[in-house]
Design a protein around this ligand. Sequence first.
Ligand code: SF4
Ligand code: SF4
Length: 482
Amino acid sequence: MTSVLIFIVGLAFSVQAFIGFIFLVSCIWEKERRATLFSGLQFMGMLAVLVVFFFLSSIGFFETALGLAVLIAGLLVAGSLAFLLTKRTAPNHQALQGAKGLIVGDVKRYDEREIVFARRRSLRPGSEHYKIFYQKHPGLEEVDARKRAQGGSLGQYIGTIDRPHEGPNAAATLASWAVPIHLSKPDAYNPQPSPNLREEKINLSPEEATEKVKGYAQSVGADLVGITEVNPLWTYSHRGEIYHENWEDWGKEIKVNHKYAVVFAMEMSFEMVGPAPHSPTVIESMRNYARGAFIATQVAGFIANLGYSATANHLLHYDSPMVPLAVDAGLGELGRLGYLITKQFGPRIRLGAVTTDLPLIPDKPVDIGVEDFCKICKKCAVCCPSNSIPPAKDQTVVNGLLRWKLNAETCYEYWGKVGTDCNVCMRVCPWSHARTLPHRLIVMLITRNKFARRIFSVMDDIFYGKRPKPKPAPKWTRFDTI
Ligand code: SF4
Ligand code: SF4
């Protein structure tokens, strides 16, 4: 009996020391100096416990009455803690309803003309559309004019923060930008079936169609794929972004007649987001927007060739904001920072979608504990250089939705200042860590257990700091060594 207990406890201590060791390796691989130091200390502590245990065991301490009592008490405490940290705690029923779980009042559809990108990217001073828009929104004219004078969405120069060495990174960013521009014309986002097909319509059951569309999306580069029925509330009411002098579309009502949306996510590289807000992060954002345009266009083309209507949604052609669609498609939950947080990559992703009338099987929204975690954490709000993320524990009602509402105006202003899309909030979010084995274990625990969320939120502050610093850039993107 005693030897069985000794074996179990010895095994448990060995496993915890092994986890401590792989966490140390993970921190070294992540190039996290502070976390490496703390995980090193933690591993030494775990090793010391293991050594003391084997020493006591070798001198027969656990054969004594006191030793046996210590062994049993230790097992009971450790067993209870393990149970408390791994059992699934009460689900978040709001999250399980998807984006409509956020609705607490009247929701007005977003008008694409009003979003900050459309105002400052598309409207040209002196044009008819400019007059129409600012007559209706006089309060915005001055502030938009000021920002326009500072340059486009990323200011006068991409990578201003890395001047005078930003040139190659700006060149890489703009190379990727060319892809969504190329794919933002109607024949690209609304493809027609190929004339070379033998059949006009290929009959598939919804189950077969779902398997094929998801498989195809993954084969052309999507890392996560989900399906939802389109909730018209999340569709923009009117077109506001214009890229090809198609001004007749500006202000047109957007009608999505498709019942389904295939929503997909692309993982952003951990190494490239690490130096945020420096310029490697904007290369990575744009690379993934290009990937998103490429994937969406091909998936829409695939569905068109099956004989159904499909529309690609990507950086330069959105009929809907992507996050509510992705929440409804079960890819993750909305976080405090305003991005989707996924179980697999946290907010370190970009999204795209294809709407279609091809009958598909929708996925269900998920509860992965994001809302609860964000109430405790607040790291993105603390680290945001423009104070654009609300720090309050609870969400507020905005447009009939209970959520943390990012101040897009001040966030965008900061982008203009640094000449990148910043991404500091994405970098510091505890869900964004590289998916090494220890982080996978942590995510597994925090998605199911509220006590684990509290413990790991505090541990993240201890190991990575309350305000983690940018990490070194990958060599080819270094802006300080040219
Ligand atoms: S940093 Fe913290 S509060 Fe912000 S989104 Fe991530 S988990 Fe939520
Ligand atoms: S992108 Fe930067 S400025 Fe904008 S909310 Fe995130 S941290 Fe703040």
